[in-house]
Write a protein that binds this ligand. Structure first.
Ligand SMILES: NC(=O)C[C@H](N)C(=O)O
Length: 654
């Protein structure tokens, strides 16, 4: 075989390279004079810190091989419109290279800004070690309050290890930490990096999934459930024992009931006590006792024992079992993890029970990567006794294992035993009292499920006897929530099961009004088909809502009111219709919609006798005044005679 060319020398530090002064995006945006006029507004903006550790995603081909190159990631991002809204960045002064700050195109009415913090030494993840983990943890700690979420750009080879380690080191996490990378560099034509990078930053800026997760190939996995399964496929990772937490497709589907949430009031903190004296011993047929003994010697403190099937070892190899027993007796912690890619450990077989009897701790369905991190984290805690370490290893700390009930099934929200378990806990005996508990508990549960669009959970609760029309302490019903969120499938199901579109909550809102306020046009249509209409909303209140929609160019809002049958000619306290207000505020799209839908005649005077065109001119919007006249003339040509009474306004919709 021809001699292989010697690998290129590692990239020497570039003399001119000066590490960027690391400031947070928030500080940048608050300090930059241009930006001060764009105050950070809650809800419509999000800030994400992107920590760039290395990996293929940011690599550049140099002399025929890929190597990480400083500043290259930022250069490439600036060329990708899906990752960087250059025009808006320029408009607000965020386009300076030294700012290392970027902004996604607007999405769901929100701007996601991200600050790229590039490590001084960008690594192929094969070189990532505990010290790098500690640096990532520290970076998150020092920036925790400044950002809505965190993305770590990392090589794929050891990404699952890093994700597992961080999941334990970041305690009481309340914000998303998402790892991602790619199989093909971002700059290459067919890179998977663009979608992976965009998806991770998008999710971090739009969803509060308070876990360490891993985003790859349109799926968001719990980080400590992942394994790398391919060195070539874009589907490089799998989570064999837990379904993805989120799937990115035409719609974004979040499996909210799977999200792991800390049940503590303790604040976020980092815990970097992690011992390195751990290892993984994979059993194989005819392994010698000498090998096992050598592996279990100090300074080893704990090992992951990778066993066959459901956690089995050869029970006829008394020599091996004796070595394991001896090590366990002297305080070695041994965690049983299956070699199978899915499923977990159980003491169902004698060949598994012998390990349990020898003091090996069953690891449930934990992955090898997570098992090593969990061991390292627990054995690193200075205040844990041996017993406490053993106890903690059996616990589900960060969702790294499936919690099984006595029957071996995993507890889920949809499980009808949920209510029975609550009833048992409250030690309520009589059916009357059980009924009282159900009437109290089911409505908020139904509302929660409806808000998440979780139709299966609603059906489960219906089968358990829940009254779908029940309301919670605020008078809110499941239909209110489903209508507010626009979950049309749930709305249909609830309507087909007798839920009322006229139910009013304590604020006087009906599901119909909720669908209008939230601009859920499909839901408005469904409720209208069921005869839904506005009942007691005062024309004045509706006029104010219409005019504020016009003033803010909220065309969808105008459509929603129009679809709902609101009298679009209603006027506010100064006799202005939505068209007058749109003209005063120079909102061209709103004007166009109102004129083209023939809901308000252009020549209708407001309370002071001025038409929309006159008001536009009075407020210095000459072009808008001309547009109104042009549109009106054009539309007049199209209007069939008799269908529009200029002085009396449109045919009134019922
Ligand atoms: N796709 C990748 O990122 C592989 C690369 N060797 C790494 O792990 O850094």
């Amino acid at each position: 075989m021809a001699p292989q060319p010697s690998p290129p020398p590692p990239p020497t530090p570039d003399a001119k390279f000066v590490p960027k002064k690391q400031v947070s995006l928030v500080e940048i945006r608050r300090s930059a004079s241009v930006l001060s006029q764009f105050p950070i507004q809650d809800g419509t903006e999000a800030n994400v810190l992107v920590i760039y550790v290395g990996g293929t995603i940011g690599m550049k081909k140099v002399d025929g091989v890929y190597i990480p190159v400083r500043d290259y990631m930022g250069e490439v991002i600036r060329t990708l419109p899906m990752l960087y809204d250059a025009e808006y960045a320029k408009e607000i002064g965020l386009d300076k290279e030294e700012l290392n700050s970027f902004v996604l195109p607007i999405s769901k009415g929100r701007r996601v800004f991200f600050y790229l913090k590039e490590y001084e030494t960008l690594k192929d993840s094969s070189n990532v070690n505990v010290n790098d983990w500690l640096e990532m943890v520290e970076n998150i700690r020092e920036n925790y309050r400044l950002y809505d979420g965190f993305v770590i750009i990392h090589g794929t080879d050891t990404m699952a290890y890093t994700a597992s380690a961080l999941s334990f080191a970041l305690e009481n996490l309340g914000k998303p930490v998402i790892l991602t990378g790619s199989q093909v560099p971002l700059s290459e034509l067919r890179s998977d990096g663009r979608d992976n990078f965009l998806g991770a930053v998008y999710i971090a800026g739009h969803y509060v999934i308070p876990e360490v997760t891993l985003y790859f190939n349109n799926k968001l996995y719990r980080g400590n459930r992942c394994v790398k399964i391919s060195s070539e496929s874009f589907r490089a990772f799998d989570s064999p024992n837990l379904a993805p937490l989120l799937t990115m497709a035409v719609d974004i589907t979040v499996n909210w009931s799977s999200i792991f949430r800390m049940n503590t009031l303790a604040a976020f903190r980092v815990n970097t006590n992690m011992t390195r004296n751990v290892g993984l011993l994979r059993l194989f047929p005819s392994i010698t006792a000498e090998t096992v003994r050598a592996f279990l010697q100090p300074p080893m403190e704990g090992i992951v024992l990778q066993t066959y099937g459901a956690g089995n070892c050869p029970d006829d190899r008394r020599d091996i079992i004796a070595e394991i027993q001896t090590a366990a007796d002297r305080g070695m912690i041994i965690l049983n993890c299956t070699q199978c890619s899915s499923g977990g450990v159980s003491a169902s077989y004698q060949t598994g029970k012998v390990l349990l009897d020898a003091g090996v701790i069953p690891g449930s369905d934990i992955t090898p990567e997570a098992a090593l991190s969990k061991l390292s984290y627990i054995l690193g805690q200075p205040n844990f006794s041996l017993e406490e370490k053993r106890r903690q290893l059996k616990r589900n700390l960060r969702g790294e294992i499936s919690v099984s009930t006595a029957t071996g099934r995993t507890f889920t929200f949809e499980d009808s035993e949920f209510i029975r378990a609550v009833v048992d806990t409250l030690r309520i005996g009589s059916s009357k009292e059980v009924q009282a508990v159900s009437e109290t508990l089911f409505p908020p549960l139904l509302c929660a499920a409806a808000r998440n669009g979780d139709l299966n959970a609603i059906k489960y609760m219906q089968e358990t006897g829940a009254n779908l029309t029940g309301h919670d302490y605020d008078g809110r019903t499941a239909l209110h929530l489903a209508a507010s969120e626009g979950h049309t499938e749930v709305v249909r199901f609830l309507l087909e099961n007798g839920c009322s579109i006229y139910a009013r909550d304590r604020f006087g809102n009906t599901p119909f009004m909720d669908s209008i306020r939230n601009r859920k046009l499909d839901t408005i249509e469904i409720i209208k088909q069921c005869g839904g209409h506005l009942i007691n909303e005062s024309p004045f209140e509706l006029a104010v809502l219409l005019c504020s929609a016009a003033a803010t160019n909220d065309v969808t809002g105008l459509q929603a009111y129009h679809m709902a049958g609101v009298d679009m000619m209603c006027t506010d306290y100064s006799g202005n219709t939505a068209l007058h207000v749109a003209a005063i505020n120079n909102q061209l799209e709103a004007i166009q919609y109102l004129l083209e839908s023939h809901v308000i005649p252009a020549n209708k005077p407001n309370g002071e006798g001025f038409t929309a065109a006159e008001l536009a001119a009075q407020h210095g919007h000459q072009k808008t005044a001309s547009l109104i006249k042009e549109l009106t003339d054009k539309l007049k040509e199209k209007i069939p005679s008799g269908s529009f009474k200029l002085n009396g306004g449109p045919n009134r919709s019922t």
